[in-house]
Design a protein around this ligand. Structure first.
Ligand SMILES: [Zn+2]
Length: 372
């Protein structure tokens, strides 16, 4: 059955569900992930007028709010609500620019551009979306900071999306963490981050610095879940943050989405493969949110067949209900969107955790600040 509930309605329902389960912090005001830019701008503007301290931002991919809250007892925490789909390309761009998915036009990983080409955003090199909207790095420069981005686990990815995300920053491309040689212990991971930060910060210069550092926990969680390595790493982030604060700096941490257990449903995969071949469709999407580009004259029949065959755990929605009608993002997705409502969906490459849908764990992420 086609379900016409908007993402906002789903998110409210998710929050209500959360209250029913007595989550400890649901009375907190929940801000949008898009407010990260203004939250950070406020920190920088206060600092430049006061102590002019360097500000370190740890951007930790794939961490839900509830895990950060328990691992970071010394931080002041806020809960941010991520965007739909809850996927890295959409969420990091919204966090750093303050733009909605509708505005920046990156609705996932695989999507169709205006010229009809279906692209993967992580290797696409052409024009992507609006330019000149500013981001945390342009804000920092305007306020009087030097803006530095440690690409960390994204190195050596090169694509339009990453260039757009890090626009106006001075890039530091040395060192990887969860995807590098020190990935086997929390201590090794923390040492790597400490070393990269030191190379960006240890200079005698009067200009305060914003150093934004990307750590890709997501890929590890896809394969292993939130195991002891991830929990130990997060706990040591709290200790590292205190160490940096004690050296006279401010530390902020944030994330883009959480991940949930996802079991690959082989019969669902076979059914989708069969129908897409039969109706000459191309697929797109992001993890636990998928869509299809069907020839217009076959679309009604394709949709009817999908509705007949999909398990109840997969929701079908009209794309206009989840992406703002007429927006750049809406133009780039198919006309209906499938999302996972349980752990039963399609995934790939041996993944046992995934993201893209709107469960509480996927949707709510931390904004944390350590200062004195
Ligand atoms: Zn991510």
């Amino acid at each position: 059955m086609l379900v016409a509930a908007s993402v906002e309605q789903q998110q409210i329902a998710a929050q209500s569900h959360c209250v029913a389960r007595k989550m400890p912090d649901m009375s907190e005001h929940i801000r949008s992930l898009r407010e990260f830019r203004s939250l950070l701008r406020s920190v920088l503007a206060t600092e430049i007028e006061d102590k002019r301290r360097d500000v370190v931002v740890l951007a930790i991919d794939g961490i839900p709010h509830f895990l950060a809250r328990s691992a970071w007892p010394h931080a002041r925490m806020q809960k941010l609500q991520s965007v739909f789909p809850t996927t890295s390309s959409s969420a990091w761009l919204s966090a750093l620019t303050g733009l909605s998915v509708a505005q920046h036009g990156v609705p996932g990983v695989v999507f169709r551009l205006e010229d009809g080409a279906v692209v993967n955003v992580f290797d696409y090199q052409g024009p992507l979306g609006p330019t000149g909207c500013g981001n945390i790095f342009s804000d920092a420069k305007e306020i009087g900071y030097e803006s530095i981005a440690i690409t960390g686990d994204w190195h050596p990815i090169s694509c339009s999306w990453l260039r757009s995300l890090l626009e106006q920053s001075k890039r530091f491309d040395e060192g990887r963490f969860f995807t590098g040689p020190a990935r086997r212990s929390p201590e090794g991971l923390i040492d790597g981050i400490r070393s990269s930060l030191a190379k960006c910060l240890d200079r005698s210069d009067d200009t305060p610095r914003l150093v934004w550092c990307f750590v890709e926990v997501d890929r590890h969680v896809h394969m292993h879940g939130y195991d002891d390595l991830v929990i130990g790493f997060l706990e040591q982030i709290d200790a590292l943050a205190l160490e940096i604060v004690n050296s006279g700096k401010v530390v902020v941490a944030h994330s883009d989405h959480g991940l949930v257990r996802t079991r690959h449903n082989f019969s669902l995969e076979r059914m989708l493969t069969r129908l897409t071949a039969e109706f000459n469709c191309v697929g797109g999407g992001a993890g636990r949110a998928r869509w299809f580009y069907a020839p217009a004259h076959l679309e009604d029949r394709f949709l009817a067949r999908l509705e007949d065959h999909l398990p109840a755990s997969v929701r079908i929605q009209i794309a206009d209900d989840v992406f703002e009608p007429g927006s750049l993002a809406r133009k780039r997705v198919g006309n209906f969107v499938l999302t996972a409502e349980s752990d039963d969906f399609v995934t790939f490459d041996g993944h046992i955790f995934d993201h893209g849908s709107v469960t509480e764990t996927e949707l709510f992420v931390p904004y944390a600040i350590w200062d004195d």
